[in-house]
Design a protein around this ligand. Structure first.
Ligand SMILES: Cc1cc2nc3c(=O)[nH]c(=O)nc-3n(C[C@H](O)[C@H](O)[C@H](O)COP(=O)(O)OP(=O)(O)OC[C@H]3O[C@@H](n4cnc5c(N)ncnc54)[C@H](O)[C@@H]3O)c2cc1C
Ligand code: SF4
Ligand code: SF4
Length: 1014
């Protein structure tokens, strides 16, 4: 092979002419996507580990024929092949100088479900949560519940022998795979299953493994870790089980189990046959509170006797993080007794509730026997249980969002030790961290002795405080502990690059040679995922680091940049012991913090989720790595660090990666590390447009607040584009406005030109009332509502009046004040700043007197709370931001405080709510529901939708129309079609247009519905 381990221990790609031939042949002989440009390769050069290796190219097969052909071509050309699912591996097993085959886009069918036999057969690119959603009507699930279930694929889970929180009840992947259908490196396809059923080649392989294991039986018995959570190396023990939990309940030997956990090094999986489990109808939680961390670590060995379905640890640091979050605080406070040092979530599940309650009582008794009476809080109701599980997740997310170059690093994050040693092991490892000037937060699977902990290290630094050296020192000491306590060094996430070199240490030279023999027998030409498991590089080879330190052959350096927005909050460093952050701007980033904000993406892949939340609509519609937050962040990082060539930030690759980002801000809220791609897109656009100039269409969209009032004086002329035959086509050709779209209808009776029956208060009246603590607000008259739907503004005023408020409408002599949003959306930062400054000056006096600033258009009002804070607008911006409210947020707050009530009539139909993405990003959707619930008898339902697809101007752009409609069809349109009689509430102007355009249904701003029911 060409791409073998280099003398330095890294990997190097095949010669360029081979890469070119590979690309040509893939294009010619397959129907899949062939991605060989530098940016595409760069997006697949990383996974959720600290490593980065450039692949030879990326292939996204359309079907299994494509996969088989690609394997054949790669074998002909001697180019290694690396299968990839979600790319969420934490140890580097999904990166390599190989042809990456991304199976997650098209190979994700459920091939068969046998509910009676509790078996499913699936393709490898299927995501776990998608499978479970399909199984739910049968009362079944696939119980390997990894935390990454919304993005991890079954192929990747088998590759890593993944394990879920409930592994104590259900086992790991290896315990739940019944069979695999794989390609070997010579192109043969084999069905792997119970050995007694095998014939031909598969039977021969089984005989080979059996003989190999037999010849090393004594060493295997002596050296093999016995804990259930051993996932390192190959499963050579299939014929002579060494695990405390045998791979099969009846002792049957299954050859597929050899491939589980082999990290794609033995073959490429075409399909998986999975063992399903009945979904338990009941679950209960006992939260055990501990006064010391050690006590929490001593308890699990006793608690497992109760046969719980999970025991999960949350330590003090994580508890405090959870308490710091207003939405989790009440849930957590319910679960806590005083201020514990740690809690264990002990879950029981089963068919009947009564026996589970009995188990909770027994749990309390055991804790009493252990000297901690009254330490258990019972949580029976499902929503509260979900909340507590969420707290654990949220705590981890906040931990991962530490700003600065020191980050929690995965390399000893899943060692597994027998439960009787858990307390001594965690004590000793904590001391080791302190000795090396760092610390870690402990959490996760106490039931099986696998606790996650990641010391904070700065991988960009060399020398004594450098990441590489400290990582090795800690790894060596942790490994000695694991050996002392007869545990497994690799207990959940796999070996990859960070633990590969420890396989021989763990199993000894003899067994390692047996592993080598397995690889040679199954993949003699070393086609599949080279340098993993067999002959891995050193874990601390700095040449393979994503953020390579100065001593590396190609150190990671960013190119200087003057950002247009204020990114100084990211330009900081942290103290690995205290996690204290240095002052904004002190981090030494030559891009003012922009690069460090981009680098917050640790590739965990949560933005690839397809179902819950908002993030990331363009990925949901495209399933392309290029069009997901992670792909965008990686493209930006590579561009900023010069890895995509000179001036790449303003080049076509970054433009293409950001093109389908609809700036929904879903990632701002839902990305665990707070990657805010919408803001990054503004920064990018400013630089890109400075180099390439603005188009006429950019100007049209941006300057609407300027020309809108004038154009609305001649609506007949303004509406010609939609009236004249051929008008739409012409506008598509000349301006790039989609001919398939109607534009918002211009009208003469704008807010400014046709005053309605509203008793507006003057500026002075409102200021005076505000200063006296009276009920008064200033209503922001935004361009969109003011120009196209002035009824919404008057409706808001009527509602506010009915609630007893004076209302002053903020406008600028017959035209709107503009927040700057439309200019920001095309990267016209200076103009946006001018506009924002004008509005800021107009609002300042109201904010100083604490007169609430109320707005209707989510994207405009929330610009005051978001972008304004980084546009260098000065001190008043923060004051205004803290006093700016969406109408419903304001009403809900006032109702909660008992300052207002509304006498409303019941609605005539069910109410469906579509939240604007920015409302979701700012947690403002609950307030709308709260206000809609003021309507007697109403049970408003929030549509579980992502972006509607219109996203400001995005959906009007000819090249984006199809994508826009695809986004709407994912969830929103089907949900609306399902309830044709419903009243649809949507606060976003563009959301309402999308609904009208796509379904011919009228959606209302909540203000209008409330007004109707007054
Ligand atoms: C925040 C976070 C939380 C996590 N939590 C858990 C957890 O709770 N439990 C857990 O076990 N893991 C966890 N992981 C690790 C990871 O998510 C899991 O291992 C997951 O199952 C990997 O799935 P994937 O689709 O991303 O696989 P990938 O990372 O794409 O691939 C994993 C391995 O499988 C191989 N592979 C993929 N497809 C095939 C195929 N068709 N044929 C052959 N080989 C293939 C790859 O080459 C690679 O070696 C976590 C990771 C993160 C970032
Ligand atoms: S953008 Fe956020 S959610 Fe997506 S991979 Fe990066 S860190 Fe994870
Ligand atoms: S802003 Fe929205 S579309 Fe853009 S990356 Fe974030 S989640 Fe995706």
């Amino acid at each position: 092979m060409n791409a073998r381990a280099s003398p330095a221990g890294g990997t190097r790609p095949p010669p360029p002419d081979v890469c070119r031939r590979l690309e040509r042949r893939l294009r010619r002989e397959t129907r899949g996507e062939v991605l060989f440009d530098r940016a595409a390769r760069g997006r697949y050069a990383t996974d959720a580990s600290i490593y980065q290796i450039w692949p030879v190219g990326v292939f996204v097969p359309l079907d299994e024929r494509d996969v088989a052909t690609a394997i054949d071509i790669a074998r002909d050309l001697r180019v290694p092949v690396l299968a990839r699912g979600g790319g969420t591996s934490q140890c580097g097993q999904t990166v390599g100088a190989a042809l990456i085959i991304d199976l997650s886009k098209h190979l994700r069918r459920i091939l068969e479900v046998d509910p009676a036999g509790a078996i499913a057969v699936v393709e490898p690119g299927l995501v776990l949560d998608e499978l479970n959603a399909a199984l739910s009507p049968h009362g079944l699930w696939f119980p390997v519940d990894v935390s990454t279930g919304a993005q991890a694929t079954l192929g990747g889970m088998a590759g890593n022998n993944s394990c879920g929180s409930r592994s104590i009840a259900y086992g790991n992947m290896v315990h739940n795979v019944l069979g695999l259908d794989v390609w070997l490196s010579d192109g043969a396809r084999l069905e792997l299953g119970p050995v007694r059923t095998l014939e031909g080649r598969a039977a021969k392989i089984a005989a080979f493994v059996r003989d190999l294991a037999a010849s090393h039986a004594q060493t295997i018995a002596a050296r093999w870790p016995k804990v259930m959570r051993r996932v390192g190396g190959y499963n050579l023990d299939i014929f002579d089980n060494q695990s405390e939990r045998p791979y099969t309940a009846d002792g049957e030997v299954n050859l597929a189990h050899l491939f589980v956990g082999s990290e794609g090094t033995l073959g490429l999986t075409r399909a998986l046959r999975l063992k399903l489990a009945p979904t338990p109808p009941h679950r209960v939680l006992g939260i055990v509170n501990f006064s010391t961390f050690r006590a929490a670590m001593l308890a699990p060995q006793h608690l497992v006797e109760l046969r719980p379905s999970a025991i999960e640890l949350i330590d003090r640091i994580m508890i405090d993080l959870g308490l710091g979050n207003p939405s989790y605080r009440p849930l957590l406070e319910r679960a806590l007794i005083g201020r514990p040092a740690a809690i264990l979530l002990v879950e029981f599940s089963g068919e009947e509730l009564a026996p589970l309650r009995a188990k909770l009582r027994r749990l309390a008794e055991i804790m009493g026997d252990l000297g901690a009476p009254g330490s258990v809080v019972e949580i029976i109701d499902a929503p509260s249980q979900r909340g507590v599980w969420e707290v654990r997740k949220a705590g981890l997310n906040i931990m991962m969002s530490l700003k600065g170059d020191g980050k929690p690093v995965s390399f000893i994050e899943d060692c597994a030790v027998p439960l009787e040693h858990l307390a001594d092991y965690t004590d000793a490892l904590t001391e080791i961290f302190a000795k090396h000037g760092t610390h870690g937060t402990w959490y996760a699977h106490a039931s099986v002795g696998t606790l996650h902990v990641r010391p904070i290290l700065d991988m960009r630094r060399d020398g004594a405080a450098g990441g590489a050296g400290t990582m090795r020192a800690i790894a060596a000491e942790a490994a000695a502990l694991v050996r002392r306590y007869r545990g497994a060094y690799s207990g959940e996430h796999g070996d990859g690059l960070c633990r590969g070199e420890w396989i021989e240490w763990q199993f000894g030279a003899e067994i390692y040679q047996a592993f080598r023999a397995i690889k040679h027998e199954l993949d003699p030409i070393g086609l599949f995922n080279p340098d993993k498991i067999i002959d891995p590089p050193k874990m601390d080879d700095v040449a393979l680091f994503r953020f390579a330190p100065p001593s590396a052959p190609r150190p990671y350096r960013t190119q200087p940049l003057s950002p247009v927005l204020d990114w100084s909050a990211w330009n900081v460093q942290n103290d690995p012991l205290s996690e204290q952050i240095s002052a904004p701007g002190s981090g030494g980033d030559n891009t003012g913090g922009f690069a460090k904000a981009v680098e917050m993406c640790n590739n965990n892949g949560q933005c690839r989720q397809f179902d819950a939340g908002t993030m990331c609509p363009s990925f949901r519609a495209s399933r392309d790595e290029e069009h997901v937050t992670r792909g965008r962040a990686n493209t930006l990082r590579l561009a900023l660090s010069g890895q995509l060539g000179d001036d790449a930030l303003t080049g076509s690759a970054v433009r293409a990666a950001l093109d389908l980002c609809v700036s929904c801000k879903g990632c701002k809220r839902e990305c665990p590390t707070g990657v805010d791609m919408a803001r990054m897109k503004i920064e990018f656009l400013a630089h890109y447009k400075a180099r390439h100039g603005h188009t006429l269409r950019d100007r049209l969209f941006a300057r609407l607040p300027d020309y809108g009032p004038a154009l609305s004086r001649v609506p007949a002329l303004a509406n010609l584009r939609d009236r004249l035959p051929g008008g739409r086509r012409l506008s598509e050709r000349l301006l790039g406005l989609s001919a398939a779209r109607a534009l918002p209808r211009w009208r003469a009776d704008t807010f400014w030109r046709a005053r309605r029956e509203v008793a507006w208060a003057s500026r002075d009246q409102v200021l005076e009332a505000g200063a006296a603590g009276g009920k008064a607000v200033v209503l922001l008259v935004d361009t969109f509502n003011g120009t196209f739907e002035p009824e919404n503004l008057t409706a808001a005023a009527h509602v506010l009046h009915a609630a007893g408020y004076l209302v002053h409408a903020l406008e600028k002599r017959g035209r709107p004040y503009c927040c700057g949003r439309s200019y920001l959306s095309v990267g016209m930062i200076e103009r946006a700043r001018d506009k924002a400054m004008q509005l800021l000056r107009a609002l300042e006096a109201f904010a100083q007197r604490r007169v609430p600033i109320v707005g209707l258009e989510p994207s405009c009002l929330l610009t005051l709370r978001d972008e304004w804070l980084v546009m260098h607008l000065g001190e008043p911006a923060a004051l205004i931001a803290s006093n700016a409210w969406l109408l419903e947020e304001f009403l809900a707050r006032e109702a909660r405080a008992g300052r207002m009530s509304l006498a409303l009539r019941p609605a005539s139909a069910p109410i469906l709510l579509h939240g604007h993405c920015h409302q979701k990003a700012f947690g403002a959707v609950n307030a709308i529901l709260e206000v809609l619930r003021l309507i007697p008898g109403s049970q408003p339902r929030l549509i579980d939708s992502s972006c509607c697809g219109m996203a400001g101007s995005f959906g009007y752009e000819a090249e984006h129309h199809e994508m826009s409609m695809k986004m709407a069809e994912l969830k929103l349109f089907p949900a609306l079609r399902a309830v044709p009689e419903a009243i649809v509430v949507a606060d976003g102007t563009s959301c309402r247009h999308q609904i009208r355009d796509g379904l011919g249904r009228e959606a209302l701003h909540a203000a209008r519905l409330l007004e109707r029911l007054l």
